[in-house]
Design a protein around this ligand. Structure first.
Ligand code: AR6
Length: 171
């Protein structure tokens, strides 16, 4: 099952996959980090479509077209802000991954790339986040046979190490 999971050190906006996931905020109207990069590369059509969605609750996800991106779709998911771990953050982050995989299944997507949702500005501990991402991905791969490849984009070394550990690899 894990041969369908791949770690890539890259900028997620470069990937020609069926969908890239955006680590968005509740407004879905853009921001910094990966969200800013995705909106910049996709062009103004993305923001226009996002405006029609009227936001998204934490833990949920919405799908749009990819516009000028090489990816066909963008799945916007809103991760929790880390508040110390007692505000349901782990469950909310798991909800993000479940929501993304639900949309991927509904749209018959075969290739999907994730950033490390919540682990930037939102401060979620990288190792805990990677363990949650890997657990939910393994579950989705076990039930969704049309999913051919799930890429975890590692934007920095700590993120790659966290995923490698979660996948049980040694680096
Ligand atoms: N490609 C892949 N990963 C990236 C890229 C990129 N181009 N740029 C950053 N990352 P963050 P969050 C990594 O802060 O913590 C925004 O303002 C980054 O290194 O983008 O969920 C939104 O609008 C980190 O590993 O998202 C929200 O307000 C990961 O992406 C808020 O930030 C997530 O970092 C969301 O915060």
């Amino acid at each position: 099952m894990d041969e369908r999971i791949q770690l890539l050190d890259t900028d997620i906006t470069m990937l020609a996959v069926d969908a890239i996931v955006n680590a968005a905020n509740n407004s879905l109207l853009g921001g910094g980090g990966v969200d800013g990069a995705i909106h910049r590369s996709a062009g103004p059509g993305l923001l226009e479509e996002c405006r029609q969605l009227h936001g998204c609750p934490t833990g949920d996800a919405r799908i749009t077209k990819g516009y000028d991106l090489p990816a066909r779709y963008v799945i916007h998911s809103v991760g929790p802000v880390w508040q110390g771990g007692r505000a349901g953050e782990e469950e909310l982050l798991a909800d993000c991954y479940r929501s993304c995989f639900r949309l991927a299944a509904e749209h018959g997507l075969q290739t999907l790339a994730f950033p490390a949702i919540s682990t930037g500005v939102y401060g979620f501990p990288k190792k805990k986040a990677a363990a949650i991402a890997v657990r939910q991905t393994r579950r989705a791969l076990a039930t969704n046979s049309s999913l051919e490849r799930v890429i975890f984009v590692c934007f920095n070394r700590e993120t790659r190490e966290a995923y490698a550990e979660a996948l049980g690899q040694r680096e």
